[in-house]
Design a protein around this ligand. Structure first.
Ligand SMILES: [Ca+2]
Ligand SMILES: [Ca+2]
Ligand SMILES: [Ca+2]
Ligand SMILES: [Ca+2]
Length: 591
């Protein structure tokens, strides 16, 4: 009796702790479970039989399942928490179509973005019970779990008559109106005349034939492969062919053959709220990262987001976080900010921050571009306070790892310089506004060969030749062995920076005041200010030592070093002399 009672106490005492934390207090660790740790080799083939084109399992190929699972991820929570992370964002755990793609170009759903059954955990990753154990284990440590969700598309099941798999061009509403098959009035999402913006169930009920653009074909074996069952009806899809990544096809086109869901239809809105609300109810997860958010109509999110927040509140989760993926390469945040204002997404992944770090640390852009960057935080719905909740990152599973971009930009850089640039990027991220998001493996010096599959190395001993020939940063290790040591210089630095951030509220919640930038590489300085307390952040993006006066508050007269090396006192009222080695940094707490 004693042990369960103690466990209960531990749970009830730690529970209010993590639930009370606002999103800006989190340090997020982003992981692909298939590539992290294999806790159970019995589930490697997901219960399927046959070769890799049947099971999806081939640990020697970068495009197939490798065997990592939720049991493995749960076992490694110590490692993740030891890094300083407070939340885990994992790629979608739902049942995927194991293999898809044209003959000869097949790959598997190891990444989780090809969902067929939205109600269960993919057997390759484990069981629903394994997911519960993972969430409970994270919560018991005071860590949060952010699920990765998709409303834009399902796996590629629907095909179109007369064109080869995944190769059907986009057919516009103008060329192929819904009314062609007795369908709805107008374009229900682009506001025009009132009668042409009719999103009522009655209007959608007029649409009974899904063949308004293409003749839809579902292979017999896959007629009921999706769950919930309503998703098997092609009427709930746009069926207009592949997106051209422009115009209306951004919203209605298929993402390379993935069946684009008809998210304007009220039945779909209701269905998606039910699907994802159930995961909140059942597991008490702490937030959602929304995949391909920009490819879904804003009206969908305007209904979905409040419904999820309400569901979470009812479950006792006051700080449920929702952040959308609006993938782009702009340094200007206009595009991402739009989605917080019009779509009412509470937050978006901070692609502009990523681009700024790429330009100035994996590149030689002027450091004063950051003045522009920070000043545009007012564009987000909710302004600077909202910007403090954006997950920031320096690389990811789609675009590639930061180390890859450093080597690309500086092919002749020494190993030491590459490491220093990685360190600098993480200093900037962990001292800036926004919730820092560490891409798994970056802390072990993983560099990848590029984006997508080339940036998704295994943390456990890999069998993929194109991973194992990579030169890691800051270590002689390779991905051929498992990489869960805690001695890597980046692991140690991130842990120190995480401790710094946790101990310094101004770094999490303070406003940002730009202090200094250059017309080229060199000094970037800004202050984080909260309740009359100033923390000065200074980084040197150049390979030359610098010494410069930086403006600070006149009341900031003495400084404590939080990272790097800081002067003990101001050199004059409101001015501090900052000395930084090449690619060096200083985080200085004034008091
Ligand atoms: Ca496994
Ligand atoms: Ca399709
Ligand atoms: Ca869409
Ligand atoms: Ca390689």
């Amino acid at each position: 009796m004693l042990l369960p009672a103690l466990a209960l106490i531990a749970q009830t005492t730690s529970a209010p702790d993590y639930r009370a934390r606002p999103p800006e207090d989190e340090i997020i660790y982003f992981v692909l479970p298939d590539r992290f740790e294999n806790g159970d080799s019995a589930n490697d083939k997901g219960g399927l039989k046959g070769d890799r084109l049947k099971t999806g399992f081939d640990p020697a190929s970068k495009g197939f399942y490798h065997g990592g699972d939720l049991k493995g991820l749960t076992r490694r929570l110590d490692y993740i928490q030891g890094l300083g992370a407070t939340a885990v964002w994992l790629t979608p755990v739902f049942v995927n179509k194991p293999v898809q793609g044209p003959p000869g170009q097949e790959s598997s759903g190891y990444h989780g973005y090809w969902i067929t059954d939205f109600t269960r955990v993919d057997p390759h990753l484990g069981t629903d019970a394994d997911f519960r154990n993972f969430v409970d284990a994270a919560h018991a440590r005071g860590m949060k779990v952010y699920m990765d969700i998709i409303a834009n598309h399902t796996a590629d099941v629907i095909q179109y008559k007369g064109c080869p798999i995944q190769a059907c061009g986009y057919r516009s509403i103008a060329d192929f109106p819904y009314q062609r098959r007795g369908g709805i009035n107008g374009d229900p999402i682009n506001p025009g005349f009132a009668g042409d913006t009719d999103r009522s169930p009655q209007n959608f009920a007029k649409l009974t034939n899904p063949d308004f653009a293409y003749e839809v074909e579902v292979p017999a074996a896959e007629k009921s492969v999706k769950r919930p069952d309503w998703l098997n009806d092609p009427i709930y899809y746009h069926n207009r062919g592949n997106s051209e990544w422009r115009g209306e096809s951004n919203l209605y086109g298929d993402f390379s053959g993935l069946d684009d869901i008809y998210t304007e239809n009220p039945r779909v809105v209701e269905g998606m709220i039910e699907i994802y609300g159930a995961w909140i109810d059942k597991y008490g997860v702490d937030g959602f990262r929304i995949d391909t958010a920009r490819h879904v109509n804003p009206e969908f999110w305007q209904q979905f987001v409040p419904a999820m927040l309400e569901r979470a509140r009812a479950k006792g989760i006051p700080n449920f976080h929702i952040f959308g993926e609006v993938a782009n390469d702009d340094f200007q945040p206009g595009l991402t900010a739009q989605h917080t204002r019009r779509d009412k997404l509470p937050a978006v992944l901070d692609f502009a921050f990523k681009q700024g770090v790429l330009r100035t640390i994996a590149g030689e852009a002027p450091t004063d571009v950051w003045q522009d960057f920070f000043s545009q935080d007012v564009l987000y719905e909710g302004g600077e306070a909202a910007a403090s909740q954006l997950p920031t990152f320096v690389g990811n599973h789609d675009q590639g790892r930061f180390a890859f971009y450093v080597r690309k930009a500086f092919p002749n850089a020494s190993d030491d310089e590459v490491l220093k640039r990685l360190e600098l990027a993480h200093v900037l991220m962990l001292a800036s506004r926004g919730a820092p998001t560490i891409y798994y493996g970056d802390e072990q010096g993983f560099a990848g060969d590029g984006g997508d599959q080339d940036a998704r190395e295994d943390m456990f001993a890999s069998k993929v030749a194109v991973y194992n020939d990579n030169k890691l940063v800051g270590t002689t290790a390779t991905t051929a062995q498992s990489n869960f040591g805690t001695a890597h210089p980046l692991y140690k630095l991130i842990r120190e920076l995480s401790d710094m951030r946790k101990a310094t509220p101004a770094l999490r919640r303070g406003s940002t005041v730009f202090r200094a930038g250059e017309k080229g590489p060199g000094l970037l300085a800004f202050s984080r200010i909260l309740d009359g307390r100033e923390v000065l952040v200074a980084v040197n993006t150049s390979t030359k030592a610098i010494e410069q006066n930086v403006l600070v508050e006149t009341s900031s007269q003495a400084f404590t070093t939080l990272a790097g090396a800081c002067p003990a006192t101001a050199s004059a009222p409101g001015s501090v002399r900052i000395s930084l080695p090449p690619l060096g940094y200083a985080v200085c707490d004034a008091r």
